[in-house]
Design a protein around this ligand. Sequence first.
Ligand code: G4P
Length: 535
Amino acid sequence: MDEKMSLTDEIKRRRTFAIISHPDAGKTTLTEKLLLYGGAIHLAGSIKSRKTARHAVSDWMEIEKQRGISVTSSVLQFDYDGCRINILDTPGHQDFSEDTYRTLMAADSAVMIIDAAKGVEAQTKKLFKVCKERGIPIFTFVNKLDRFGKAPLDLMDEIENILGIRSYPMNWPIGTDGNYLGVYDRRRDCAELFAADASHGQEERISETFAMDDASMHERVGNEAYQNLLDDITLLNEAGEGFDLAKITSGELTPMFFGSAMTNFGVKNFLEEYIRLAPPPSPRKTSVGEIDPASCDFSAFVFKIQANMNPAHRDRLAFIRICSGKFERNMQVWHERSGKAIKLKEPQQFLAQDRQIVETAYPGDIVGLFDPGVFGIGDTLTAENNKFAFADFPVFPPEKFARVSAKDTMKRKQFAKGIEELTQEGAIQLFRQAGAGTDNFVVGAVGQLQFEVLEYRLKNEYGADIILNPLPFETARYLRFPDGREVTPAALKGIDRGMFVTDRRDNPVLLVANEWALGWIRENNPDLLLKEEPF
Ligand code: G4P
């Protein structure tokens, strides 16, 4: 077989997605069930047991150890029906950090899990926004159908009203709320009824498929549920959005699935439909135009850097997402930012708890590389004969801020070096306040965990204890005057409502407590432009 052909086949069979959800919606449970169907683990439970060991402590390394590889690893891979599936981990809870957003940059689609009883929740909204901005397809899994929840039609309304995306239910629950007997499959026009779950979700749920006019199905679900189902289907067909794959692919319409990860209700159906509809890796924007994944030359970008388990060795893993060509162990690539060639030794991949050395990988795959300190978030790696850079990696607006300084002034140098390197790595966003000196910074993060990691790593890797004082701000805005006039504190009115700082590239930024304060600044400086990202 010629090389080009097999590369194209490898790309076609890849599906790389991230799960977006609010804590407790069922991300861990669904991931585990998908792995179960993929045959990657035989009895569901191994991910869960690690997770239950989790609790909020500020010793970050302890957290990492307790959680094991599932948090550190970033990606799980399994095969199903000829497809290779990569699930990217998006940490939630107290782990929520910029990494969570960055992971979405490496995905080709997202699976949004919604708890049927709770509907659309805060964290889901934030993550959804990033996916929507990128225009990536979003598949919705409404979970916990085994117990009482909101009515399916109300959930569709909620998704449309809160998230601003229309949904197309791929299946529809049969039965009454809290006691669903199965799902109606709209595409195949048949009903899938589930046998009772005798294994508490530990094994695949047995189901039987019935044609809609099958009398035994009608009998099993009962007259009322049957009639309700027919009414609902009529309503969906007549008043609902039509199925439109182009809209799904462009992220304008979300296919919606009902199920229960815990009892395996509707999970297999979801997986199969997801594989059928979700796109394989597609072209990505670069400095030389779009790069086709099937282009023979290798390219990838760094989307996450993880300090390794052993701080004494200062080794770090850089996670790359392969965008084009074939990856091979020990290959020599071009590192665009440093302008140097690098050999990719000991690349790692992850399957449940195991790390494995990767010999080859293809677009859509994620590989962990040992990072001798050269990689930064967003860095591009390409073949040596085909150099370019991927489009700029977005900066995610921080929502938490703190002032940091070295506890011991004798350790100022280590402190400054640590802050610099950790900022470069993307662990934290760094700001300076005019006149505050070089040993006193303002740091920004999207989650509290980032501060804990900063404190821990500065102490353990750089020997610098810090004083970290939270600041009462939750919003950052980049500032500019339309006429190009310099933005200085003196040029602004009402600045005492917030804090004027500059980012790493000396862009002026204003930190404020809330939308109200922001409104006040806007009112008093009518010609000032304010933006969430740098101009
Ligand atoms: P997360 O990763 O999104 O945070 O959620 P996770 O899967 O850990 O699920 C959160 C809780 O919801 C767990 O209960 C889990 O068992 C439960 N859950 C997940 N899917 C379903 C479902 O389909 N139906 C029902 N009824 N519950 C579901 P827990 O009490 O926190 O943990 P555990 O005692 O079950 O381990």
